[in-house]
Design a protein around this ligand. Structure first.
Ligand code: GTP
Ligand code: MG
Length: 195
């Protein structure tokens, strides 16, 4: 379902540019620089399908990738700090919120959280927004190659505590490293069962 079967379809800057909501899709959302685009590349096994960068604010459009012609994977701009002018960032954020709360075919949001930092206030805003729109989200703790074991255990406990307040949350987390490949097969399997 993944490697040979994914392709870039289009980047969208306004709701009316979206492809028709005629097939199920999953989206990867999270703070700027958390590793959304890298995760899409790891999932598809294609190193530069989605553009990545060390600079927060790399992804500036809602990018649709076709999965096996029958589904979409969706990469979105990050929220929180971005290395771009404020009015521009505000425009992406408005588009992101409109997308997350108004897309009929959105099956699940993978909400990416950095495994070194845990959830922040902006993540909770998105969790609440998804609850209002009745869209399920599942937490993916990214960059699992970075924290030490003890540090990671604390972050997992804290994340569970925060997430349990939000009814839109899917209870299981997935721990991933796009660098080392950890958790990628699990995430692929999860997506397979969803779409
Ligand atoms: P925006 O589009 O700016 O919101 O960022 P993004 O969430 O798409 O992040 P991106 O995939 O561009 O990755 C940001 C940085 O984190 C890059 O320098 C990546 O190489 C790095 N990175 C992403 N995933 C991992 C990971 O699993 N492990 C490590 N060590 N670094 C990672
Ligand atoms: Mg990106």
């Amino acid at each position: 379902l993944f490697a040979q079967e994914t392709d870039f379809l289009k980047g969208v800057v306004a709701m009316d540019g979206m492809p028709p909501a005629d097939r199920l899709e999953v989206c990867f959302a999270g703070r700027s620089n958390v590793g959304k685009s890298s995760l899409i590349n790891a999932l598809t096994g294609r190193k530069s399908l989605a553009r990545t960068s060390n600079t927060p604010g790399r992804t500036q459009e809602i990018n649709f990738f076709t999965l096996h012609d029958s589904h979409y994977l969706v990469d979105v701009p990050g929220y929180g700090f971005a290395n771009a002018p404020l009015p521009v960032v505000k425009k992406w954020q408005a588009l992101l919120k409109a997308y997350l709360s108004g897309r009929a075919s959105l099956r699940r949001v993978f909400l990416l959280i950095d495994s070194r930092h845990g959830p922040k206030a902006v993540d909770e805003e998105i969790m609440a927004l998804l609850g209002k729109s009745a869209v399920t989200f599942q937490v993916v703790l990214t960059k699992s190659d970075k924290p030490k074991k003890g540090e990671l255990d604390k972050i997992i406990t804290k994340t569970k505590e925060v997430v349990s307040k939000y009814p839109a949350a899917y209870p299981e987390f997935i721990l991933t490293s796009s660098e080392k490949g950890d958790g990628i097969a699990t995430l692929r399997n999860t997506i397979r069962t969803l779409v």
